[in-house]
Design a binder for this molecule. Sequence first.
Ligand code: ARG
Length: 562
Amino acid sequence: MDYKKKIAELINSKVHLEVEKIEQLIEIPPKPEMGDYAFPCFQLSKIMRKAPNMIAEDLKNELNSEGFEKIENLGPYINFFVDKKEFSKNTIEKILKEKDDYGKSNIGEGKTVCVEYSSPNIAKPFHVGHLFTTAIGNALYKMFKAEGYNTVGINHLGDWGTQFGKLISAYKRWVDEEALEKNPIDELLRIYVKFHKEAEKDPSLEDEGRAYFKALESGDEEAHALWKRFRDLSLKEFQRVYDILGVKFDSLAGEAFYNDKMDVVIDMLKEKNLLVESNGAQVVMLEDYNMPPCIILKGDGASIYATRDLAAALYRKKTYDFYKSIYVVGTPQALHFKQVFKVLELAGKDWAKDCIHVGFGLVKFADRKLSTRNGEIVLLDDLLNQSITKTADIIKDNESIENKEEVAKKIGVGAVIFTYLKNSREKDIVFDWNEILSTEGETGPYVQYAYARAKSILRRAENVSDTVDYSKLNSKEEFELIKTLESFNKYILLALDKLEPSILTRYVIEVAKGFNRFYNAYSVLNLEDEVLKATRLKLVEASSQVIKNGLALLGIDVVEKM
Ligand code: ARG
């Protein structure tokens, strides 16, 4: 049951304030002694010209308390205590009936959301920073889908740009074909780094690179064939990582896809008189908005990153008619997106306001920042493999686990994803293995362990009575846990509203903690009272279901034993 709504309707029948407005004002009191929901009367005080304390006292007496244990007032607040038995029964039965669908809704029906995430660069390693966008985007994608939105997951591959001209030049000069087949990205990176070193000594190399890119842009066959080979080889490597992570996309339309869709951008900007020449380049001036100009065409007429993003935005609007278009890209690119969205707005696209950049911080090990130029990068492959190996080592002596390899993979990968999604995304991540893989503290393994523990109780339960009595779940620990389970959907919606998966991660941690508090305080299997045992088992089952559903939305698998 939707108690907030019920309370709002109850209050609405007595005062002149809309149901929705009242619903927004309803709070969850900080302490259970203050009830389960509270309505502050300050707003009413303005309308009714009466002290909020007095309104609370009068109104409390007028409200019909059916379905509630009691309604009290404390100062300017009306506190609602729900009928615990009803609440527990409704919540647990709903979870056990809806199972994997619990938490879903159709609030987004008829609305399309584009979520762009991952977007690695071809011929460059998939490093630990890319998992940040991949994990956040994947979680947002799953959450939007769960709430009924038509969701389009886009991998905007970095597969176009002057660097591909340089790569072709480097390929022609220095490639080791054998190495390219064996370790494509390593070899492409090696010749790319070499190109930059050599170009410092011989600047004419830069011109050669530019010429090759020009050839590529105008459809030169040889250049195109080489580009395609680099792209295919890289994609194969990326796919391996996506398979480990269980991440999928609906579209792989990357930067190259827009090569032949640039005219629309140029025409639009010309038509609106936005394009001006500056130092030989064509730009849109943004000084009125305190931003540097947005470069559209370089001196040699080649398009750049921003041009392709403008083309992509127009294409996505035309193709998907999105309600929102989200870009999960590191915070260092915040200015780029502000410029792109501003140019769209100046060009009269009122939907520019629906384009949202979702930024995130850096990934650090000890104290070095990751970059691709100086070779000091940490590959995601290595990170995931390390996590899996370390986990395998931790569980190696546990004889109850039959499928150790699979379990090590799920826990190891899950622990890494969890670390990325645990704190607000703008914060930097500092990796510390002891912390990440510990089953104590706020970690992936901690939550997964709570799930496995619950499943183990359910497996061991025998001769369970068919009779349950929810009034028996009357301890503080039990009722707090049930209240947490009930608020799952609310936290998904909150996470979507703030485009912040960590809100859901924190919620899942709360469920695991609540479950452990309950389990540490009370027996479940060792009980004389068969009805109490059956009822507590329902709570155990409901808790495991919510942990499973919550982790699934974050892109993390559960394990039955660990
Ligand atoms: N490929 C870029 C990078 O790795 C990210 C692309 C972001 N998306 C975009 N629409 N510009 O830095």
